[in-house]
Design a protein around this ligand. Structure first.
Ligand SMILES: [Zn+2]
Length: 148
């Protein structure tokens, strides 16, 4: 049944994409938009008490499911609950993909899309499996590692 497991692992799924909470800023590379300042502002408001935990920890069930099954471990702890349950989820938008994006966590699959014609954009989202914190970190165009 190994082929079934592999099929499940490479299944590409789409979820309702979390909306942007604020305005991003241009990142270092062309086409990159960085939402870290927005993230910092939101966390500051939460710590100051002007936002409740429910306001910032509102990941929907489908996003949590994707974060649990189709993500990579984030290099940092959750900024809200300080647990090590923070995950990085990558949603890709582009030609022939669903309008609400597709969740892709395999480097090989990202590379395959980057080599296709048309522009593909990746949205990197962090999601905490413990407290349901979620935030868009950055958006960037997919670029092939081979043509770079
Ligand atoms: Zn958390």
């Amino acid at each position: 049944m190994a082929h079934v497991e592999r099929l499940v692992l490479t299944t590409l799924i789409s979820v309702q994409f979390p909306s942007t909470r604020g305005e991003g800023r241009p990142g270092g590379a062309p086409g990159v938009v960085d939402y870290r300042l927005d993230r910092r502002r939101l966390l500051r408001a939460f710590r100051a008490g002007s936002l409740d935990r429910e306001d910032v920890c509102d990941a929907q069930i489908e996003l949590l499911r994707v974060a649990k099954n189709y993500s990579s471990a984030a290099p940092v702890r959750c900024p809200v609950c300080d647990e090590r349950s923070l995950r990085h989820v990558r949603f890709v938008f582009g030609p022939r993909l669903p309008a609400n994006g597709r969740c892709i966590n395999s480097a090989a699959e990202l590379e395959r899309l980057a080599q296709k014609s048309g522009t593909y954009h990746c949205y990197l989202v962090e999601v905490c499996l413990d407290c349901r914190w979620n935030h868009l970190l950055s958006t960037f165009p997919l670029r092939s590692q081979r043509s770079a």
